[in-house]
Design a protein around this ligand. Structure first.
Ligand code: PEP
Ligand code: MG
Length: 588
């Protein structure tokens, strides 16, 4: 039965209005699996369920095999054959049966437990190629578990109709591999404005409302949805008059966008002549090709890890390949001509998990094996990336940036690995630019507090407010329950930004910002007043921020920053900025 009309409210994270049919996506994650005892007389039935699930999963793989055979992809065929062998492996079946009888626990837990131990053994292997097989085990075990638990698996890459995607949560890799031409809007229970799914939705221009809490509970497949990425409203089966109002709003939005398009050739210069650099954040090379249209003066943040995540569902080994990376970096450099491109070395870990490398479950992934920590402990992987960037450097103006630096030791160690990579390029006669600039992301409170120390070894800083807010205010950036606390205007954040910019300038280096705060038109005046040199943001935000900057005077911005530096709470600062914005910013 069709749902009645209803309205949900979440965080508006990617602008635009989408109207269309819902697709409820449950993903391929079977969810939490817990052990429980079963009766001895149920053992045979449990075993039969397991055999049935394997049979269905094997059939599904055979169907996929037939599909890829037509496409002629040899790699996909090999992977699927290996998966089929695993599902039908006699030893595996014997092991499951033996463990079931021995422990008398539910079959889901037995399958989960056996595959988990197998993955751990594989991951402990010194052979990187063998370690990658862990992702196949994960894939196969999920396939069987989904059958056992009756979780429907829909592949987002095969969508053949326009949809508004409704999910509890989506992995960044799922957003990267979905058929983006078919996803007209995105509604999620979880996630906040700075979650990576939100960042990708903005990058791809997909209107999105996250943090809706009950979207998957309230919405049914095929419900008509109207999603407003400006207000955070999601209407379920709206009335004709509501639809009409939204259509009007959609028209207003596109007219305003067209107005902004006209300023793309103008400089981001304040009324009193101060020139600001506005750059774009990108996640995949294709994005670079549209940047000049928005007036981007370079790429301030290339989240290089998305290169690996894009391939995660296929073969991360291929993505890690030096030549594949080199090609991707050159593509971006060529698209940007002589404009600078800052490539951030991979920020894998946290919510950006690479199957095959990251299968070990961490209790606190955001405080764990992430970003520079991951790279420093995966030397060959790290050096491969650095060599690819160095080799790309002769094709344009490339800069390197290290993520999540927490102190001097990490920076020095990373710089040491870079020197090794340079030595290897020299030994092979591969040319690169010796004077390549190396910067540091300031996104951990300790880095901001020690910015004066780090500035001596860095060519530039880029402030990552998404993580700086997360770690300073102890608020998980992807958790909608606490996202109200993710406040860039918190006095602690404003003070840390000021310390970072001052430390950079005292050492004669530039301070940029590539966190989402840099793309908020309302905070541009504050950041300018604090002395920020460069803003890097989603390309679509550049015209909006530029329009604001062109109406500002540096002296006024400095007065505003001084006032906000005195503010004693987020609420007080928000009130100050609201008043200021009403008096100085263009009306919507
Ligand atoms: C940040 O933390 O602000 C940042 C730009 O990096 P990411 O969002 O990729 O963590
Ligand atoms: Mg970050």
């Amino acid at each position: 039965m069709k749902n009645t009309a209803k309205k949900l409210l979440g965080s508006a994270v990617s602008p635009g209005i989408a109207i269309g049919k819902a697709l409820l996506y449950q993903g391929s994650d079977p969810g939490e699996i817990a052990p429980h005892r079963i009766q001895t007389d149920q053992l045979d039935a449990e075993l039969r369920r397991f055999k049935g699930a394997c049979h269905e999963a094997a059939q599904e793989i055979r169907d996929l095999q037939a599909q890829v055979e037509q496409e002629g992809s040899k790699e996909s065929q090999e992977i699927l054959s290996a998966h089929l062998m695993m599902i039908e492996d006699v030893d595996f079946h014997d092991q499951v049966e033996g463990r079931l009888k021995e422990t008398e626990q539910n079959i889901e837990w037995v399958v989960y437990d056996i595959s988990h131990s197998l993955m751990q053994t594989i991951l402990a292997s010194p052979d990187p190629a063998f370690r990658e097989r862990a992702s196949d085990i994960l894939d196969v075990s999920r396939r069987i578990l989904c059958r056992l638990l009756s979780v429907t698996v829909v592949s987002l890459s095969d969508l053949d109709r326009d949809v508004i995607l409704v999910a509890s949560d989506l992995l960044p890799s799922e957003v990267l591999t979905m058929n983006r031409a078919r996803v007209k809007g995105l509604a999620m229970d979880m996630g906040g404005n700075t979650s990576h799914t939100a960042i990708l939705a903005r990058a791809f221009g997909i209107p999105a409302v996250l943090g809706l809490s009950r979207a998957t509970a309230e919405i049914q497949d095929e419900d008509l949805l109207a999603l407003n990425g400006q207000t955070g409203e999601l209407l379920i089966n709206p009335s004709p008059s509501e639809l009409e109002a939204l259509e009007k709003e959609r028209l207003r939005y596109s007219q305003r966008q067209e107005g902004l398009d006209r300023i793309h050739d103008l400089e981001a210069r304040t009324l009193d002549g101060h020139l600001v650099e506005l750059k774009a954040n990108i996640g995949i090379p294709e994005e670079a090709e549209g940047l000049l249209h928005y007036g981007a003066q370079g790429v301030g943040l290339f989240r290089s890890e998305f290169l690996f995540l894009t391939h995660a569902e296929e073969d991360s080994k291929e993505a890690a390949d030096e030549e594949t990376q080199l090609e991707a970096y050159i593509r971006v450099l060529k698209a940007m001509g002589d404009l600078p491109v800052t490539i951030r070395t991979v920020d894998l870990g946290g919510d950006k998990i690479l199957p095959g490398l990251h299968t070990a479950v961490e209790k606190n992934p955001l405080l764990g094996w992430r970003a520079i920590r991951f790279s420093l402990s995966m030397r060959d992987f790290f050096k491969t990336q650095l060599r690819a960037i160095l080799r790309a450097s002769v094709h344009g103006r490339v800069k390197i940036m290290f993520p999540l630096i927490s102190g001097l030791e990490e920076l020095e160690e990373a710089l040491g690995v870079l020197e090794e990579a340079k030595g290897e390029c020299r030994a092979k006669g591969q040319p690169f630019k010796e004077e390549i600039e190396v910067g540091v992301m300031i996104e951990v409170p300790s880095a901001a507090l020690c910015a004066g120390i780090l500035a001596k070894k860095a060519a530039f800083f880029s402030i990552g407010t998404n993580d700086l807010v997360q770690y300073t205010l102890a608020v998980d950036r992807g958790n909608e329950k606490v996202s109200y606390l993710a406040q860039g205007l918190h006095p602690a954040i404003i003070r840390l930004i000021k310390m970072t910019i001052d430390a950079a300038h005292a050492q004669g280096i530039r301070a940029a910002m590539c966190g989402e705060m840099a793309g908020e038109p309302r905070t541009a005046a504050l950041l300018l007043g604090l002395g920020l040199d460069e803003f890097s943001m989603a390309a679509s935000s550049i015209p909006l921020v530029k329009e604001v900057i062109r109406g500002l005077r540096v002296k006024d911005c400095q007065a505003l920053a001084a006032e906000l530096l005195q503010g004693d709470s987020y609420e007080a600062n928000r009130a100050i900025l609201d008043k200021w914005a009403a008096a100085h910013l263009p009306k919507e």
